[in-house]
Design a protein around this ligand. Structure first.
Ligand SMILES: Cc1ncc(COP(=O)(O)O)c(C=O)c1O
Length: 431
């Protein structure tokens, strides 16, 4: 497909799957959209996509539903084998079926780790900025939080391993995010080895959230922290899921890999009587996604990558706005400090004036959105166009207009809670 806008021309060649289809999510209580029900806002605050899941997943779910009996269901051994084979195939990481703990979500895994591996008032480290449950998990279990601030230079975020080393002297657990949401980094072997060394030397357990591990661009490769060495595996809990990758978040199916038997026991003890099963339909979705979803994933990545490039170029042309280098995830993290706005979140969250117009596609076949998005179809590109228009009033005092003369939709971004991300007034927020 060929998109042409006033900003850039983007080439995306679709082969088998239609990522251009605009799917109306109204009436499905979609969390991302419900927040702005009845308002003209492009919601970008929850990391799920607006694409349909792979057709093979949808078929598998239909078949299971048609079976008609929906009783209690055990963890399917075929699924466990499939996950172990996948980890070995992708990362050369050998994991036994007994090492897997199926979970109804990755965030419960972060919270379980805080409860299982720390006493009250023990310290938990995380790097900021960070996806907010990394900061609420210690708080919920009355553990202390130590934030180690990452550094932003030349559009790239890097870890401060010296500060981590300092913090580790006083901590029991590190909540690590790799790929790193929201800053889009894929941590390198060197960085991970540094983290592993610091944690080994200071008796700090690592809980490594790797939920975005399939969403990598360019030639980036994901390295599971626990695959670095037997010693590091021995102190690491890895959290993974097909939910971000195949747009299955509504099912919650996830898993922890815990190779150290004692750590696994403590984790499972915390789950007892509280953490629910995934449910038969979630198992079915996970299985079909991992078994049949790779061709779809390859095309998804190519589509997202072209959207990422589009967004980067579009936003790059707006003075005062800087987008990070996105190596992974479908999130961009903008530095808007150069815009001189008093309250950036409020500025971007203003009520919209009207929906973006559709126009006929470059091939004249059917209407398509004015701009099409980086993360969910529609959003990032619409954001880029809308942002460039919306920022005009900020820069010139005049009203914002889209390229076809219509007023811009505003309120494109729901900023994360300010205290969660940076612990101070944020000048950076997620797209
Ligand atoms: C790093 C990270 N971990 C976990 C989650 C959510 O996981 P779950 O919905 O399985 O609890 C997200 C969602 O955005 C995320 O970005």
């Amino acid at each position: 497909m060929l998109y042409s806008t006033h900003i850039q021309t983007v080439c995306y060649v679709s082969r088998e799957f239609d990522f251009d289809e605009i799917i109306d999510r109204s009436g499905t209580s979609a969390t991302k959209h419900e927040k702005y029900r009845g308002r003209d806002v492009i919601p970008l605050w929850v990391a799920d996509m607006d694409f349909k899941s792979p057709p093979r997943v949808i078929e598998a779910l239909h078949a299971r539903i048609d079976h008609g009996v929906y009783g209690y269901t055990d963890n399917p051994p075929e699924l466990i084998d499939l996950v172990c084979e996948r980890l070995e195939r992708l990362y050369g990481w050998q994991v036994g079926g007994q090492d897997l703990v199926i979970l109804p979500g990755v965030v419960p895994g972060l919270n379980l780790a805080c409860r299982a591996y720390c006493e009250p008032d023990d310290a938990v480290i995380t790097m900021v900025p960070i996806y907010y449950p990394f900061m609420t998990a210690p708080e919920f279990s009355h553990r202390r939080l130590i934030k180690v601030r990452s550094r932003f230079k030349d559009k790239r975020w890097t870890l401060d391993l010296d500060a981590l080393e300092e913090a580790a002297r006083d901590a029991s657990l590190l909540l690590l995010c790799n790929p790193y949401n929201p800053v889009g980094r894929v941590l390198t072997r060197e960085e991970l080895e540094g983290i592993g060394r610091i944690c080994l030397e200071n008796d700090v357990i690592i809980c490594s959230d790797e939920i975005h591990c399939d969403l990598l661009f360019d030639d980036h490769k994901h390295i599971p922290t626990a695959s670095l060495s037997a010693e590091i595996a021995d102190i690491t809990v890895t959290l993974m899921a097909p939910s971000k990758t195949f747009n299955l978040a509504g099912f919650g199916g996830s898993y922890a890999v815990i190779q150290n038997r004692a750590l696994r026991r403590r984790f499972k003890d915390e789950m007892r009587g509280i953490v629910p099963h995934v449910g038969f339909i979630g198992y079915e979705a996970m299985d079909a996604a991992y078994r049949y979803g790779d061709p779809w994933l390859r095309e998804l990545l190519s589509y997202l990558q072209s959207n990422r490039d589009f967004l980067g170029e579009a936003l790059g042309s707006i003075p005062g706005l800087e987008m990070n280098e996105v190596e992974a995830t479908y999130l961009a993290w903008l530095d808007v400090s150069g815009l001189g706005l008093n309250d950036p979140p409020a500025f971007f969250d203003r009520p919209g004036l009207r929906r973006p117009q559709t126009r006929r596609g470059a091939h004249g076949r059917r209407p398509r959105p004015l701009a099409v998005g980086f993360r969910p179809s529609g959003c990032g590109r619409r954001f880029a166009c809308a942002a460039s228009a919306a920022l005009q009033p900020a820069q010139s005092g005049g009203p914002g207009f889209l390229e076809d003369g219509t007023r811009t939709p505003c309120g494109m971004v729901q900023p994360p809670r300010r205290d969660h991300l940076l612990g101070r007034n944020p000048l950076r927020f997620a797209v």
